[in-house]
Write a protein that binds this ligand. Sequence first.
Ligand SMILES: [Zn+2]
Length: 134
Amino acid sequence: MKYFTIDEFTRSEAAKKLKIDNTPTKEAIENLNALVDNLLDPLRELYGKPIFVNSGYRSKKLNKAIFGAPNSQHMTGEAADIEGFDRSVKENKKLFELIKNSGLPFDQLINESNYSWVHVSYSKKKNRRQILNL
Ligand SMILES: [Zn+2]
């Protein structure tokens, strides 16, 4: 982990507000490290600018509270919602295209709500390179 910190992937306004514990499990920390080392750090180098992490790890309780998908990879520390340096649609789209065309390994890449943010995941088990527009 070169450009990111675990804290960026675990802090959550919702968790704070709802007083939900969002301390990552040992397994989640390992998965977050794999996500960053294999995908987000190399992506950061390609992009050349800071990447903003909106949401990373979510405890089961937090995921439920914010109506996350029941099988969400955020709960295992395998997924992150990211945005470009200025959090604009333009930069988010740039990140999405960069991931798509980079050849970097990923499991899922999702354009969320017309590039409001980009969901990306990396799994130590399988990386399907599945691309979705939601
Ligand atoms: Zn997500």
